[in-house]
Design a protein around this ligand. Structure first.
Ligand code: DC
Length: 214
């Protein structure tokens, strides 16, 4: 598929719905750079935890967001329940979001990109040429996260994994600033009963139709 120069593809949705897998694959297929924006919030949360600060401390979290370096994004301890919750907490702070906005916009504007997150189609790139919203039932997302954790050798309890996903969903969807929300012009794919290949095919079919009609 030949994309217009600078095409931005926004992939939003709740935790463990399959956004990352899909976005990475779309980027490879379409020859676009890829940015996992959740990693930015995870890295800020991690820096805040390292300093022993409460992730809800807005001033401290903003300072850490402004001090973020590429090295922070390469850390190996950005996933796991502590990092998940810290990321979600710092992500609710408007000044943290503002500090990370420019970087995301510059990344996408340079040569187009696929970005995944919660607010890419609503706030970061409201004029993105393609917007996808990826969902799945809570039970299915918890099952996938449990398999991912145990696959990495991390001990996990299925009920606790599901409870943490519910908590994070609530926190990310109910915050006043840039909550997880499907943009009005986003194409929604419910991946509950789809595997990664089927999700990828559905997304590619939508992108092709969308760009043909543009
Ligand atoms: O996509 P993820 O699970 O890695 O994201 C971690 C947290 O970061 C998530 O709970 C909410 C927040 N986040 C956000 O608020 N906006 C984004 N664009 C991406 C992530």
């Amino acid at each position: 598929m030949k994309l217009p120069a600078g095409t931005v593809i926004a992939v939003d949705g709740p935790a463990a719905a399959g956004k990352g897998t899909l976005a990475r694959r779309l980027a490879a297929e379409l020859g676009l750079p890829y940015l996992d924006t959740g990693l930015l919030y995870r890295a800020v949360g991690r820096r805040v935890l390292d300093r022993g600060i409460d992730p809800q401390d807005a001033r401290a979290a903003e300072a850490e967001a402004r001090a973020l370096t590429p090295k922070d994004l390469a850390r190996s301890d950005l996933r796991g329940s502590l990092a998940d919750m810290a990321a979600s907490k710092v992500a609710a702070i408007p000044a943290v979001r503002a500090a990370l906005l420019d970087f995301q916009r510059r990344f996408g504007a340079a040569q187009g990109a696929v970005l995944d997150g919660r607010d890419i189609g609503t706030v970061v790139f409201p004029a993105a040429q393609v917007k996808l919203f990826i969902t799945a039932s809570v039970a299915e997302r918890a099952r996938r996260r449990f398999l991912e954790l145990t696959g990495r050798g991390v001990a996990a309890d299925p009920a606790q994994v599901e409870a943490e996903i519910r908590d994070r969903d609530a926190q990310d969807a109910n915050r006043p600033v840039a909550p997880t929300k499907r943009a009005a012009d986003a194409f929604e794919i419910d991946t509950t009963a789809l595997n990664a290949d089927e999700t990828f095919s559905a997304a590619l079919a939508f992108i092709s139709k969308k760009l043909d009609s543009a």
